[in-house]
Design a protein around this ligand. Structure first.
Ligand code: ADE
Length: 256
């Protein structure tokens, strides 16, 4: 694989991977720390984008202009919207849409003005590969052979069922969705949406502009409703960052 950027909104979401790159070089740009190193014989750049669409867009543009990355992967947590998308599941985006974009009545609601579309695609080949790596990691957890995470650890974080991988539409917006009313409104506007987060569609739009493939993987941390996860940070440390580490190592053949 060509030089791969791995991007998360928060430092903790990348912790396991950062620990796997002890020799990485730190380059600072635009207030971000870019860690340039090697994983499983592949060149990688790890960076925390910060939270929200503008922060993600800035980070993506810097990666593409200054770090010569040819593939981007965004990984982190999201609120589940789709039926059957439960806490502990993984959503791999096939398309991404900004749910707070609204230049109506000049343009249709949600359409990104002058692009003629309301959604940007993730790369199909990369997303399939990502999905297979996710399936492999979840199967290993069930079989008790995953080095990062056990079934018991998942249960301790409130994941009762065997987690699943879903592929579909992911919504992004500059809002943490934490009321049932808002989650229902998003579901009504976008019945096919599986998850909501705050960065993916921005990264996908910038990747579209540069003609560079991207993929987005989200671990479901909450249901974007009135019960939205209180112990968000613990969930990232104990579940999401471990999924990320195991999945990226599986994709790159890095042995964990
Ligand atoms: N990331 C994780 N959960 C989220 C939510 N409920 N809304 C937006 N971003 C999220």
């Amino acid at each position: 694989m060509n030089r791969l950027a791995i991007v998360s909104a928060m430092e903790s979401e990348l912790r396991g991977l950062r620990d796997s790159l002890p020799q990485a070089q730190l380059v600072r740009r635009a207030g971000r720390d870019f860690w340039v190193g090697e994983l499983g014989g592949h060149e990688v750049v790890l960076v925390r984008s910060l939270i929200g669409k503008v922060a993600a867009a800035t980070t993506t543009a810097v990666l593409l202009e200054h770090f010569n990355v040819q593939v981007l992967l965004f990984t982190g947590v999201a609120g589940g919207l789709g039926q059957g998308v439960r806490i502990g599941d993984i959503v791999v985006a096939d398309q991404l849409l900004q749910h707070d974009m609204d230049a109506s009545p000049i343009f249709p609601r949600f359409e990104v003005p002058l692009y003629g579309t309301d959604r940007f695609g993730a790369d199909a080949v990369l997303s399939r590969r990502l999905g297979s790596a996710c399936e492999g990691v979840l199967a290993a957890i069930e079989a008790g052979t995953c080095a990062e995470l056990s079934r018991a650890q998942l249960q301790a974080c409130g994941v009762a069922q065997a987690p699943r991988v879903h592929h579909g539409l992911v919504l992004s917006g500059d809002r943490f969705v934490s009321t049932t009313a808002e989650a229902q409104a998003l579901q009504a506007d976008h019945p096919e949406a599986l998850a909501v987060e705050m960065e993916g569609a921005a990264l996908a739009q910038v990747c579209h502009d540069f003609g560079v493939p991207c993929a987005v993987m989200r671990t479901i941390s909450d249901r974007a409703d009135d019960t939205a996860h209180v112990d968000f940070n613990r969930f990232i440390d104990d579940v999401a960052s471990r999924y990320t580490h195991a999945v990226v190592c599986a994709m790159l053949g890095a042995g964990g």
